[in-house]
Structures are given as C-alpha cells and as structure tokens.
Design a protein around this ligand. Structure first.
Ligand SMILES: [Ca+2]
Ligand SMILES: [Ca+2]
Ligand SMILES: [Ca+2]
Length: 131
C-alpha cells in the first residue's frame, strides 16, 4: 500500500520540474524590466534571478542543495560546473551544505554589484550576463 502512494506522488513532481526547466530556457531579461528603462534595478534583477533559481529547486523545499545549484543540464562543461561549485561555496555563508532563500538573495545582491561595472545602480544591456 505504501509503495503505491510513493509512486503516485513522484509523477506530479517530475511533471512540475519538466515545466519549470522549459520556463528557465525562455527567460528574457527584458521581461523583467518593469519600467521599460532598458536597464535593470536591483529589484528587477532580483526578480529575474529568483525566477531562475526557483526553477533549480527541484524538490521544491525552498532550499538549494549543491546538486540542485550546480547541475543545470546534462551537457554542461566542466569549467562551468566548477565555477558554479565555487559560487555555491561562497554563497553558503553558514556552510551547512545548502543555500537558504536568504543566502540566495544575498548572493544575488553581490552578483548585481559585481555586474554593475560603472556603479550606476542599475544594469544596462551591456552589463547583463548572457545567461
Ligand atoms: Ca528598469
Ligand atoms: Ca531543494
Ligand atoms: Ca547555508
């Protein structure tokens, strides 16, 4: 009896994550430019990133394990994987092997400041990363 219940719950989770990864591929930063200023403020940028990271939380527990954070697709390059592993370590401030939503949002802020090369407080098209 127990086994049947487990199988039934796995199906919707798999479906949900398939839908989420389809969405992730189609993310366009312009959709997050709420005021059409052709630049993203920290708030607009955070919205975009949070949407992207939400798609990575495959078990939907509101936290990101290293596996969830690093593994984006099956054909990822090693260099990208190791860059993501390092990012994970930097962001995991309490070193519990998991990123909380708070750690993610701090990481996004740091990322924003780093991308904002001319320190204008917003990201222009040029400053936005390709992915
Ligand atoms: Ca804007
Ligand atoms: Ca998770
Ligand atoms: Ca943590």
């Amino acid at each position: 009896m127990k086994k049947t219940i487990i199988h039934l719950t796995i199906v919707p989770i798999l479906l949900a994550s398939a839908l989420v990864s389809a969405n992730e591929a189609s993310i366009n930063w312009r959709d997050y430019d709420a005021d059409n200023s052709k630049t993203l403020t920290l708030e607009e940028f955070s919205q975009l990133r949070i949407t992207q990271y939400a798609a990575l939380d495959l078990d939907l527990d509101g936290a990101w394990s290293k596996k969830e954070f690093v593994k984006r697709s099956d054909n990822m390059k090693m260099a990208r994987k190791s860059a993501l592993r390092k990012k994970f370590q930097r962001w995991d401030k309490d070193e519990n092997g998991e990123l909380s939503s708070e750690e993610i949002s701090k990481g996004i802020k740091g990322n924003f400041r780093w991308l904002d090369k001319n320190k204008s407080g917003s990201l222009s098209l040029k400053e936005m990363p390709k992915r």
